[in-house]
Write a protein that binds this ligand. Structure first.
Ligand code: ZN
Length: 396
């Protein structure tokens, strides 16, 4: 791609305090020149509906990566094999099958028309015998026509204005900052270019937010962003740059798997659980199972059950069961380990997806370019990034 365009740059896990003169000289300087704010993440792991359509999870119906969805599960073909898969799980032989299952589920998702889910299809560390209860929650591309109708996405508005865009990043592209840059140079020219740099996220998980590795990764992204933006900004274009969440230094571990295993209940007959890193979700099939699990969770330190009023306030009070009959959320900077995303071995050193009072879960946004004046907007909600995108890129 050549020529000049407006940019939307998403730097995954760009914590609220990451831009400094030492680590990110270019972005730090841009921040001083433009509109900037600290951003509270929606209480969801999937945040594209928030920043691209201004939607809270209870409006977009997209929250965590996986939802309970027996009917639309791309893993439904595994159902007849559940007894066999339980044995495989219990012997820890699952890793030999995960590749095959992933490929078959990918084909299945495509058949169902769930193209975004097909692109990112995996099995994480979900027990194989439970996969057929779950589906990926984000099924279509955020920039598909009317992706969240009747709500209007930023891309629906671009379409209306007959502006073209290039989407470079998750779920269509994966990989290092270099590979995102090369995808950019190969893409067709567009009025607006959206780039998603994901490297900082996985480096933050692995090495922790305060590590040297994290700072080095961010410096590389700073240089990459500079190489992209300088010519376009000089030519009078604009850019909005933000993260989808922060990165929290993990301070304690909770082995929920071990606690649940001791309960006199059977899964999936009595109940089902999904262990996300910072929350656990439960579905109950008998009243006794609910009582037993509730009592076990209430006895734990480090987390609490979200009651209805809190779920409402967090916008995760759904009218369906897809995100859990009950949600257990960590109170502080801990991690549920092992989880359906991390098996054995050491726990990740950094994590996100915490309740909004956890400061380092916050990210930041900045908007720069011709006609945008320096302004500090304090603390905003993630859904307001959508407003900032419209204000910065659609009003000219
Ligand atoms: Zn992450």
């Amino acid at each position: 791609m050549d020529g000049h365009h407006d940019f939307i740059i998403m730097i995954d896990a760009l914590r609220h305090d990451y831009l400094t003169p030492e680590v990110t000289p270019y972005l730090y300087n841009l921040k001083l020149q433009g509109v900037h704010a600290t951003v509270t993440e929606t209480y969801a792991f999937q945040t594209r509906p928030a920043f691209f359509a201004g939607l809270e999870p209870d409006e977009s119906q997209i929250c965590t990566l996986y939802e309970y969805n027996v009917q639309d599960s791309p893993f439904a073909f595994l159902r007849p094999f559940e007894p066999f898969l339980s044995v495989i799980d219990s012997l820890s032989l699952d890793k030999y099958l995960r590749g095959v299952i992933r490929r078959m589920a990918k084909r299945q998702a495509k058949k169902l028309g769930h193209h975004a889910a097909a692109d990112v299809m995996g099995t994480e560390q979900i027990p194989l015998s439970l996969l057929s209860f779950f589906a990926l929650s984000e099924k279509v591309y955020t920039d598909d026509n009317d992706a969240f109708a009747p709500h209007v996405t930023f891309f629906d508005l671009l379409r209306e204005k007959r502006k073209s865009w290039a989407w470079i990043g998750y779920p269509r592209h994966f990989g290092s900052s270099e590979s995102i840059l090369s995808a950019y140079y190969e893409a067709e020219p567009a009025d607006v270019v959206y780039l998603h740099f994901s490297e900082l996220d996985w480096i933050g998980h692995r090495f922790g937010p305060d590590s040297k590795e994290r700072r080095e990764a961010l410096l590389k992204i700073d240089q990459a962003v500079k190489s992209l933006l300088v010519p376009s900004l000089k030519a009078g274009k604009r850019a909005v740059i933000f993260g989808d969440h922060g990165m929290v230094n993990v301070e304690y571990e909770l082995d929920l798997k071990k606690i649940l295993k001791k309960l006199p209940l059977r899964t999936p007959d009595d109940y089902l659980s999904f262990l996300d890193s910072t929350q656990a979700r439960f579905w109950f099939f008998t009243p006794e199972a609910e009582q037993t699990v509730r009592a076990a969770l209430m006895a734990l330190d480090g987390g609490h059950i979200l009651e209805d009023s809190e779920r409402k306030k967090l916008h995760v009070d759904f009218k369906h069961r897809r995100y859990g009959d009950l949600v257990f959320a960590l109170d502080g900077p801990g991690i549920i380990h092992p989880s359906y995303f991390s098996k054995g071995g050491p726990a990740p050193k950094g994590m996100h997806g915490y309740l909004p009072h956890i400061e380092d879960n916050k990210t930041q946004v900045l908007a720069v370019g011709e006609g945008i004046e320096s302004q500090e907007r304090g603390l905003i909600e993630m859904v307001q990034i959508y407003e900032l995108l419209k204000e910065s890129l659609l009003t000219r």
